[in-house]
Design a binder for this molecule. Sequence first.
Ligand code: KIV
Length: 272
Amino acid sequence: MSAATKEVKRITTHVLRNMKEQGEKISMLTAYDFSMARILDEAGIEVLLVGDSASNVMAGHETTLPITLDQMIYHAQSVIRGVKRSFVVVDLPFGTYQGNEMKALDSAIRIMKESGAHAVKLEGGEEILPAVKKILSAGIPVMGHLGLTPQSIYKFGTYTVRAKEVDEATKLKEDAKLLDATGCFGIVLEKIPAALAKEVTESIDVPTIGIGAGPHTDGQVLVTHDLIGLTKDFKPRFLRRYLDLYSTIRDAAQQYMADVKRNDFPNDREQY
Ligand code: KIV
């Protein structure tokens, strides 16, 4: 088989489950547009999350609450066009699934049909179980999200670590088991103590993907804008920045501006 016709082995929920069983860590990053999705897919990242964090890093909102289903679908369509191998999960945005299982199903179907994405993610445990079941009944893979769930920020009041107290930790453990038993293919654990994340990871069959949840989860996720340093003021302890693109881009823009102003751009070779 020539390189041109060589088939890419796509990541599926089964691949992710096998990775957990084999002890191979899963890498997941957010993507919201074609160009970034193509780079991350080529890099080999197994799961791309079209996160509702697009509300923050793409649209500049303070929270994830304002982003709409139409906007999430637009981002998901762009990401899907850039992907050959990665598994693409899309967040159901705030107000499109809570308290109404039929609405949840309609929202999930719109995402799958209009974007070509592979799965949806919902925030919450027992309280959203009817919605999870309904979506699963349509054959749509569902990922859970427990711990710090940013769509509930006004209930929590802060973005600090969740489930440090026994009651909340107990509920989180029960919720993880419920989501697993219901048929979710994976669960994001956000900003919870590492020991709790370890216990949850060992107690369920499906992969856990942590963000600020320590090293014992089956995989890790970060917001790509944070990883590459496009965001500037967000500095939680769990974040490792691999680049400082904010400064790099600002410096490039300033060099360009200087070249334009002294009539050095375009030069003889950069014109027709
Ligand atoms: O929206 C998002 O980016 C997320 C990750 C932080 C897990 O849900």
